[in-house]
Design a protein around this ligand. Structure first.
Ligand SMILES: [Zn+2]
Length: 131
């Protein structure tokens, strides 16, 4: 983060092929500024609703939202961190067969099924997690 970003609250980055658009919502809560794309240099003072309209317009035109991130957002966005496939509770402390550490594998598959499983790092003992 640099001084240059001081006025920006949140940024959305969109891309379509090599075309990129950034939408900045300013910390005043209503200024919106577009960089790149068909509306390069466009600005609005309608805040988040304007951002939502622009996002809808661009995604309809084939752009996808690459990422959006808070720049000077006072509220931490912890959701994004927690959504990263957390390990469920109940991991066996060690393998019941050989005593090696057991790891969580969210997308394990064998010949019969695929899903979350506990796997032994030693003897390859494993157990499916049943949701
Ligand atoms: Zn084992």
């Amino acid at each position: 983060m640099s001084d240059h970003d001081d006025h920006i609250l949140h940024t959305w980055l969109l891309a379509r092929g090599t075309d990129e658009i950034t939408i900045d919502l300013w910390t005043d809560g209503y200024s919106v500024r577009v960089d790149g794309g068909p509306d390069d240099g466009h600005d609005s003072d309608q805040g988040r609703p304007a951002v939502d309209r622009l996002l809808a317009k661009y995604t309809e035109a084939g752009y996808r939202i690459v990422r959006d991130y808070p720049v000077n957002d006072p509220e931490p966005h912890t959701d994004a961190v927690e959504a990263d496939d957390p390990e469920p509770h109940g991991r066996p402390e060690k393998c019941p067969e050989c005593g090696s550490p057991v790891v969580y594998e969210p997308a394990y598959s064998d010949d019969f099924r695929e899903g979350a499983a506990w796997l032994c790092t030693g003897c390859k003992w494993g157990r499916w997690l049943t949701a």
